[in-house]
Each structure stands twice: as C-alpha cells, then as structure tokens.
Design a protein around this ligand. Structure first.
Ligand code: HEM
Length: 411
C-alpha cells in the first residue's frame, strides 16, 4: 500500500484555537482520505519538532493494522530523516494511546467534510453523465483539439482555489475573471463547450449538476475519446461564488519557463506528488502551444534536438513581436492521440516546452519519464489516479458555494 503524505507545517485556526495541523493525505486502495492531523495532540510539547510529527505518522500502520509504505513529498526533508531515524524506535503504550486519540480526532475532522463520490448524481440526475458524455463527444468530433483544451480547463480550475469552476466566471461586479490572468488569457479555451454542456444538462436536471463537476467529467470523457485512460470521476463539487485574484492565479498555475524545483513546488502546493506531476504532464501528449511559450527554448536552449528546433523555428520567428500565437503540437508524433509519445519525445530532446524537457533530469524524475516511455499502461494507470487526486483539490461541498445555473455567472 502506498501512502502519499503531504506536510504543511502551518498554523491554522480550528474551532477558534490556533492549532498546528498537518495536512495529511492517505490513499488506501481507491479510498483517499484527506484531512488535518493535529500533531500538537500527538505527543508534542514542541510543535515544530519533526521527530514528533514522524512519531504520529509511524503509528498509522499500527492503527490501520496493515503495513504501509510512506512516500514523502520532497518539501519536508527533515521529516523524512526523522522517519528513517525512528523506524527502529519503540513506541510506548502510553504514546500509542495518545496517538490513537489524535487519530480519532483526525478522523472526526475528516468526517466533517462531505466527500465526493462517483454516485453523487445517481438519484438526483441519472442522465447527467450520459448527457455530458454525448456533448463532449460531439465537440471533440467537431474539433479534435478540444479534448486537450477541456482537460486543461479542469487543471486550471483545480490548481487555483480548488476545483470549484471559479475559472469559468467572467468579469462582473466584484469578480475579476481568472480568464484574464497571464496563464489563461488567449490560451485557455473551450469555455463555450462547457456552456453548451451545461445547458444540455440543465434541460434534463435544472439546478442540480455543478459546473465544477462538468469540468471534471468532461476532462475524463475527453481523455477516453482520444484514446487515453478512463477513470471513475468523483462528484459532488459545488461552484464558487468568487473568482481568485490575479496574483493567486499567477502564483498557482505553473508556466512553461519554470525549472524543475518550481514545478515540484507548484504541484506540492496542491498536495500533488512528483509522481503525479510527471504523470499529469503526460497530457501534453495532445494539444497545442503558442510560439511565445516555446520560443526561448527553440532559440536558446542547448538541450534540444537541432532538427526539431529548426522545424519549430520555421513558424515561430525569433522576434518577440512576430508570430507569438502561432501554434505547434505539444507532441510532434501523434498530437491528436493520447499515448506515451510525450515521454518518448523527451528522451529524444524533442519536448516542446522548457517545463516538459526539464522532467528528463538525472535521478528518479528522469527515471519516471523513461519508465512511462516504455510502459504506456503504467502511464495510463498513474495518469488516471493523478487526475482523480487533482479533482479532489479543495472542492466546495455540502452547503458551501452553489450550483450555478450558468457557468460563467454566479446565480
Ligand atoms: C507541469 C506544469 C505545466 C506547465 C508549465 C504547462 C504549460 C502549458 C502551456 C504553456 C501550454 C500551451 C498554452 C498556450 O500556448 O496557449 C499548455 C498546454 C496544455 N496543457 Fe499544460 N502545463 C503544465 C501541466 C499540465 C497539466 C497538469 C495538464 C493536465 C492535467 C496540462 C494540460 C495541457 C493540455 C491538454 C494542453 C493543450 C491545450 C490545448 O491545446 O488547448 N498541462 N500547458
């Protein structure tokens, strides 16, 4: 069993008291748990002691009565060290009791959050999924690239303020649209397809299916339609009544010029691991990018196949005032099919974006690229799992937010 644990040694307010909480994410089979672990209750007098954090995590296998392997996000190297040091340490029964108490509290905090489930609309709108699927299929049949654009919309929604369809809101009083932030402006596309899917769904079940869920399902259906993996989409997200401000959008969405550390940090901020990052980047097996996003790479980087650079230069002039929006396929071999050619391209130094090619680094990240280049089935499985995880980023559930009637405006 693999457990991804994401540490955020932050101080948050919970029930009116400042507690030091760990954001813990556990995957047990297909049952992901996400919640806050109040490690102050577990043993600690000193809240910043990594040793104590490690103790509370080590007790997990004991309480779940099953061996668990931990995989850590690189953001907390001290904690990793502590885990290693402590894996041979003995834990007293008093400590166990304390930790059990803290786990129970952890579970309680988690159970306060309503959870997403694939069955969410089974009773309230049994036609929801088939309606979305039919609309996605006709949009992608009309324009194959739309599959890529819809997958990207879900990504750009989830990374900013969670999967709450905040990306879809247009400028209005009190709302500065996320669509105008640098990473989205004249780049993110497919909004009108989401609008038309929403009106089809509203016809069969008015006011029931959220725009955030439509984005998640449309991404899955797009992947499947162009030959990629499919997965069960968890549902029950609600839509935000606010958009994130521009600074937050620009901070939270990675850009093509990011280096590897910046990419890792960007995914870690969302609770996503390096493995998730490498797998999700594989969606650049479809879709297009504009010259402005890869010009620097093709003209200045040494780490690029010369023939490939020459080919891309033909339609992407070096002058920064010319041809900025000319398109090139992210995967030069099969730009319209979802496969593992993206990783094969990286091995040949034919990644289009700087942020693509940096994945082929020495060490474990480069090893993952090589692995996916040889094993499409593993890539598909990891991509599907990572999409589910991405779809779980900070959803609004229960009575939070609303179900918008029109995706581009609040009710
Ligand atoms: C690792 C960090 C990432 C960076 C820096 C990045 C950056 C970009 C850039 C610059 C483009 C071209 C946009 C344009 O020229 O208009 C693009 C396109 C695209 N991205 Fe990413 N991306 C990243 C991760 C992801 C992830 C996680 C997904 C989905 C899960 C994704 C899906 C796509 C798709 C499908 C396209 C093509 C869209 C289309 O053709 O309309 N990207 N990305």
């Amino acid at each position: 069993m693999l457990v991804d644990i994401v540490m955020e040694g932050s101080c948050m307010y919970f029930e009116g008291r400042a507690l030091n909480l760990l954001l813990v994410e556990i995957e047990c089979g297909d049952l992901p748990l996400r919640g806050f672990w109040p490690y102050k209750l577990a043993l600690s007098s000193s809240s910043t002691n990594h040793h104590h954090k490690a103790t509370s995590l080590l007790i997990l296998p004991l309480l779940l009565r099953t061996p668990i392997s931990f995989s850590f996000n690189l953001i907390d190297p001290f904690l990793q060290q502590s885990i290693v040091e402590m894996s041979s340490a003995r834990v007293s029964s008093f400590t166990q009791a304390l930790l059990l108490a803290s786990l129970l509290l952890f579970m309680t905090v988690m159970s306060c959050e309503a959870h997403l489930t694939p069955k969410y609309y089974v009773k309230s709108c049994p036609q929801a999924l088939s309606t979305i699927r039919a609309a996605v299929r006709s949009a992608v049949a009309r324009e194959r690239r739309m599959a890529a654009s819809l997958i990207r919309l879900h990504f750009h929604d989830c990374f900013v303020q969670g999967c709450d369809a905040s990306l879809l809101l247009k400028d209005a009083e009190g709302i500065v649209s996320e669509q105008n932030a640098a990473q989205n402006f004249r780049s993110a596309r497919g909004y009108e397809v989401i609008d038309s899917i929403k009106s089809a769904v509203e016809k069969v079940c008015p006011g029931v299916v959220s725009c955030a869920d439509i984005l998640a399902v449309a991404a899955r259906d797009s992947s499947e339609y162009v030959g990629g993996p499919t997965w069960k989409v968890k549902l029950g997200r609600r839509d935000s009544t606010t958009a994130a401000n521009k600074d937050l959008v620009q901070r939270d969405l990675p850009i093509a010029f990011n280096n590897l550390d910046e990419l890792i940090t960007s995914f870690a901020r969302q609770g996503l691991s390096i493995k998730d990052m490498v797998a999700l980047s594989g969606s650049h097996t479809i879709g297009q990018a504009q010259c402005a996003t890869f010009r620097e790479r093709i003209y200045t980087e040494p780490n690029i196949d010369p023939g490939f650079a020459a080919m891309r230069k033909r339609r992407c002039p070096s002058s920064p005032v010319l041809g900025n929006s000319t398109l090139a396929p992210l995967d030069l071999v099969t730009p319209n099919s979802f496969d593992n050619n993206y990783y094969k391209n990286l091995l040949q130094k034919k990644g289009l974006l700087h942020s693509d090619q940096v994945l082929l680094s020495s060490g474990p990240i480069g090893d993952m690229v090589k692995y996916y280049s040889k094993n499409q089935a593993a890539f598909f499985a990891d991509f599907a799992a990572a999409m589910v995880k991405m779809g779980d980023i900070a959803p609004l559930t229960g009575s939070a937010g609303e179900v918008r009637r029109t995706c581009s405006v609040i009710n």
